[in-house]
Write a protein that binds this ligand. Structure first.
Ligand SMILES: CC(C)(COP(=O)(O)OP(=O)(O)OC[C@H]1O[C@@H](n2cnc3c(N)ncnc32)[C@H](O)[C@@H]1OP(=O)(O)O)[C@@H](O)C(=O)NCCC(=O)NCCS
Length: 133
């Protein structure tokens, strides 16, 4: 299996819907315009492909200079635990040492980010206003 990574915004929305739904994120895919905006509005986008099949996705919302917020990192269940999640995050962070990356992990992914040993650590005084829709 050869996984190819892309860092363009050209991510097929049908395949992204399949990927997100496979990890239980139907709420993110129900509104196609919102899904398209999720991709379009993210400065950094990385996708992982097995041939023509989208098998992983990660993105960060960023000003491209100082701050970034990583979100919606997903790998198809049958492709998990093969290093693809690490590959996606490494590529998001690459060449951006001047940028502070923040993320809010769910309880399953929290140990994943710590385990990566890519510099993620608990961060004090982080506040969030959860979305209401
Ligand atoms: C979290 C997720 C992206 C990880 O992707 P993945 O491709 O399975 O991760 P990798 O195979 O690259 O794992 C890299 C390392 O982390 C470890 N790891 C993977 N998932 C882990 C977890 N949940 N907890 C602790 N360690 C984990 C792997 O064993 C591997 O260790 P190694 O480098 O020592 O061999 C994937 O499980 C997923 O899509 N989950 C559902 C969606 C989700 O919750 N996303 C996070 C949103 S915050």
């Amino acid at each position: 299996m050869t996984i190819v990574y892309r860092d363009t915004h050209e991510v097929d929305l049908d395949q992204l819907t399949v990927l997100f739904n496979s990890v239980g994120w139907e709420r993110r895919t129900a509104d196609r315009d919102r899904l398209a905006q999720l991709v379009r509005g993210s400065l950094f986008v990385v996708s992982a492909w097995d041939g023509d099949r989208l098998v992983g996705f990660a993105r960060a919302i960023s000003d491209g200079a100082t701050n970034a917020y990583i979100s919606t990192v997903a790998v198809l269940p049958e492709y998990q635990k093969r290093g693809i999640g690490r590959g996606l995050i490494q590529r998001l962070l690459a060449d951006h040492d001047g940028i502070q990356f923040v993320l809010h992990a769910n309880e399953n992914a929290y140990p994943f980010y710590l385990h990566l040993d890519l510099g993620f650590e608990p961060f004090e005084n982080v506040l969030a206003r959860p979305r209401k829709l």
